[in-house]
Design a protein around this ligand. Structure first.
Ligand SMILES: Nc1ncnc2c1ncn2[C@@H]1O[C@H](COP(=O)(O)OP(=O)(O)O)[C@@H](O)[C@H]1O
Ligand SMILES: [Mg+2]
Length: 247
């Protein structure tokens, strides 16, 4: 911890929604520093603000109060357009509902973020193809999302999240729509391609296996972020989860 190189920093971040005359405070003065390479699991019951927090970190949404930094960039000081550019460069998102573009095929879906950033040509295609190979979908590159299973769609989404070689991958209940076994495959891919590749991974999940290998476990409760005690080392126990067996 002493060598913490901050990648994500929140300084007294609050988020409130106005509903008629009422104001619903979802996050209340949340402060947080995530260091380079840390794998953070975010817990909390439904409606506690987990997605809100990820969307703030990823610059999809803006806080009502407080500041957020990605590396040395204070994203809350940026215009919408500047924030979008920064997000494309630094952040990869994996959503519970996959969120692939239905009219684009698999390869095009994966290439899209780089193309939106202005990259063109064979290099983008080669990188997308390589990522699709890594997620085991080299044979489905011309398929459309509705021709794929949920697990396959999520593997495409993982490839898409990584196309820009982001610093941070944010995964919001990535196995929430998948059966257990398919979910394990998706978690293994996220683990291999992000965490063990030295990227930051911030994941909302209820998977005990994942919680067992996280560097930090954070919990949202009543608008506050609570740091759970670090998972105790378990040399012969849960730490050797099934899906982290492949080297
Ligand atoms: N755009 C919005 N407008 C109003 N309320 C919202 C909006 N987005 C989320 N909320 C509310 O904020 C709270 C937290 O939502 P969310 O972050 O999605 O929770 P979680 O992901 O933990 O289930 C919920 O009460 C939700 O209804
Ligand atoms: Mg959510």
């Amino acid at each position: 911890m002493s060598n913490c190189q901050p990648v994500i920093r929140l300084d007294r971040v609050s988020k409130a929604y106005d509903e008629g005359d009422a104001r619903r405070i979802v996050l209340h003065h949340v402060s947080l520093t995530i260091c380079k390479g840390e794998f953070v699991v975010l817990l909390g019951k439904s409606g506690s603000g987990k997605s809100t927090l990820l969307n703030l970190i990823g610059g999809i949404d803006v806080p009502t109060e407080g500041d957020i930094w990605l590396g040395e960039h204070c994203i809350t000081a940026l215009s919408d357009h500047e924030r979008t550019l920064l997000r494309r460069k630094y952040i990869g998102f994996v959503f519970q509902a996959f969120n692939l573009i239905p009219v684009l095929n698999v390869l095009e879906n994966v290439m899209l973020p780089l193309e939106l950033s202005g990259a063109r040509g064979g290099e983008v295609r080669a990188r997308a193809q390589s990522l699709l190979e890594q997620v085991g979908l080299a044979h489905r590159m011309s398929a459309f999302p509705d021709q794929l299973s949920g697990g396959e769609q999520q593997r495409v989404a993982i490839a898409r999240a990584l196309i820009s070689d982001p610093l941070v991958v944010l995964a919001d209940e990535p196995t929430g729509n998948l059966d257990y076994e398919t979910g394990q495959t998706v978690l293994e891919l996220l683990d291999t391609l992000t965490r063990r590749a030295g990227k930051n991974l911030v994941m909302v999940t209820h998977s005990e296996d994942v919680i067992g290998i996280a560097d930090r476990v954070l919990r949202l409760r009543d608008g506050h972020l609570i740091e759970s005690p670090a998972t105790s080392p378990a040399p012969n126990g849960r730490a050797s989860t099934q899906y982290v067996t492949s080297a």
